[in-house]
Design a protein around this ligand. Structure first.
Ligand code: HEC
Length: 129
């Protein structure tokens, strides 16, 4: 078989361009801080070190924490049994649709609409440590 070099070159260039486009879209923690407020996460969650648990658990240091384990907060059985250790990916998924990631958890929130906003809010939470 004769390889069509022109076509092959075009594919290589296109995938290289795809890679740089996705790194240009890397999560933006500054926008995430804004999303945290405008998507009303802040209405239920405090984010200060040793802060309170207003409606939901305090999210300072949540990245790397096992779900449902902040001392002094009354989690749902579903959250405690989820087996998740929070990282940016799982937080973004949870923010997009809490009930899909953890059925029967008690966070009453429909979900962020835009994937990039969910990624950004997770990147923001990762800075709180
Ligand atoms: C209406 C109040 C409310 C809003 C709004 C809300 N949360 Fe929550 N959140 C909760 C509650 C309640 C829980 C505990 C859920 C459980 O135990 O099942 C929780 C749990 C969490 C957890 C798990 C923490 C842990 O210690 O395991 C994360 C992460 C989280 N929320 C992130 C967010 C983000 C990000 C947003 C905004 C996109 C948000 N929440 C919006 C109430 C809220």
């Amino acid at each position: 078989m004769v390889i069509n070099l022109k076509k092959y070159t075009a594919i290589v260039i296109a995938s290289a361009a795809g890679l740089s486009a996705s790194s240009a879209l890397a999560a933006d923690a500054a926008n995430g801080a804004n999303v945290f407020k405008t998507s009303i996460c802040s209405a239920c969650h405090a984010v200060t070190k040793s802060g309170t648990n207003p409606v939901g658990p305090n999210l300072f240091g949540v990245v790397g924490r096992k779900a449902g384990t902040l001392a002094g907060y009354a989690y749902s059985p579903a959250m405690k049994a989820s087996g998740i250790t929070w990282d940016e990916g799982s937080i973004a998924k949870y923010a997009m649709s809490p009930a899909t990631l953890i059925p029967n958890n008690k966070m009453v929130f429909a979900g962020i609409k835009k994937q990039s906003d969910a990624d950004d809010v997770a990147a923001y939470l990762a800075t709180l440590k």
